[in-house]
Design a protein around this ligand. Structure first.
Ligand code: CP3
Length: 366
């Protein structure tokens, strides 16, 4: 089967394959004992830049769970490291920058680095290894951080709750903000292009912290830069954010996104109604339910699948990443469940569906 006929790529093209494709954000990582074993003694960003290690970690969840896609093992801050920025990932915390970028002079200094000049050879080599191993059956998804989410770390200097400094910069010095976000868009674009050219079949742009923005600020200060990061990339684009319900339609990036990722807060049928009929939805199992008793989780997964039929096509995923303490057997069981459920055509499925307002708990009680 050529890659274009795989369920993931068909769903991204707007078709309804025989089975709903499923993969999990953060499927590679601490929920897997084989990952924890491999990572002993190697720091996160060093692991990302060691091609055979990054390739093996990418393949682990594909082998274990039988998911419909690999997601390249890397991190949103890897291209910044390649640009020479002093960043490391603190375990249990996240990316930390030695020199936060806060003033116009800071922005001048960092944007003087040419994003086209990054040495992406380690990324290219790792992606090639993965793609050779996956063959024609399973596509690889490449990814990058969206400019706002990267700026939320870079301006603050590390993780923050409300990303106040980045949001303040938009209003105190819009010129510096736009230069910084424009530069970050090019850095992420270089990272995406490297993965795509080396063989990734689709790309996902992560704007994990966009939910802290007002719709007006998202439209004025963020969406144009995210659009630039993926414009004309030549691969299907998935655009994901958390808490983006108030401006979900903007996440389509004026048609540049082939699929929009929806978090767990918004039922997929409601999201599909907002997004319209010409975009695929991805999501949105509540990560909190991964630790619930199986009958409760199963009913929730079935409910997500049913609501997903309201869209032109659906890629099953979580509403955000796999929590590290997740029992990996639960993820495998979800894949088996999803692959066992025949995705009926929208029209044929509609009459026997029952009311959409049934919650997962009611379903479980039956
Ligand atoms: O399986 C996959 O999804 C692929 C790998 C992947 C990682 N990071 C590996 C990783 C992806 C797609 C990312 C993207 C990423 N990185 C995002 C966007 C996705 C999201 O979750 O919202 C963000 C916000 C980051 C920044 C980042 N990197 C955070 C917040 C952390 C967690 C820090 C911690 O220890 O809790 C990281 C580190 C990181 N990235 C880990 C992994 C597997 C954990 C590092 C470890 O194993 O020690």
């Amino acid at each position: 089967m050529p890659l274009t006929d795989t369920p993931l790529l068909r769903a991204l093209a707007g078709e309804r394959p025989d089975r709903t494709p499923v993969w999990f954000m953060r499927q590679a990582g601490r929920s897997l004992p084989e990952y924890r074993d491999l990572r002993v003694g190697t720091r996160m960003l060093d692991a990302c830049l060691t091609p055979d290690l990054a390739a093996e970690i990418t393949l682990q969840p594909v082998r274990r769970h039988g998911v419909d896609a690999g997601i390249f093992f890397s991190d949103i801050v890897v291209p910044l490291r390649l640009a020479g920025v002093d960043v490391h990932i603190e375990p249990g915390r996240g990316p930390v920058f030695a020199d936060p970028v806060r003033t116009a002079a800071d922005v001048d200094r960092i944007t003087a680095i040419d994003p086209a000049g990054l040495d992406t050879s380690a990324i290219v080599e790792a992606v090639r290894l993965v793609v050779a191993e996956l063959g024609e059956a399973t596509p690889l998804i490449g990814f990058a951080g969206a400019p706002f989410t990267l700026a939320a770390y870079l301006v603050e200097g590390g993780p923050s709750k409300e990303h106040l400094r980045a949001r303040a910069l938009m209003h105190t010095d819009p010129g510096s903000w736009n230069r910084l976000a424009g530069w970050l868009a090019q850095v992420s674009r270089t990272f995406l292009d490297a993965q795509h050219t080396a063989g990734a079949s689709a790309v996902q742009l992560f704007d994990s912290w966009a939910g802290s923005l007002s719709p007006a600020d998202y439209r004025a200060f963020v969406a144009p830069h995210s659009a630039a990061a993926v414009d004309g990339i030549g691969a299907p684009v998935i655009h994901f954010g958390v808490g983006t319900g108030p401006f979900l339609a903007d996440m389509r990036l004026d048609g540049r996104a082939d699929a929009v990722g929806v978090d767990w807060r918004q039922p997929l049928d409601e999201a599909a109604a907002v997004l319209g009929g010409d975009v695929t939805v991805q999501g949105n199992i509540d990560p909190a339910l991964l630790s619930a008793p199986w009958p409760v989780l199963e009913a929730h997964v079935r409910d997500v699948l049913r609501r997903g039929r309201a869209a032109r096509a659906h890629i099953l995923n979580l509403g955000h990443g796999v929590p590290p303490e997740t029992d990996p057997a639960v993820l495998t069981r979800i894949v088996e469940l999803v692959h066992g459920v025949v995705a009926e055509p929208v029209d044929a499925a509609a009459p026997q569906d029952g009311p959409l307002q049934d919650g997962p708990l009611q379903d479980a009680a039956r």
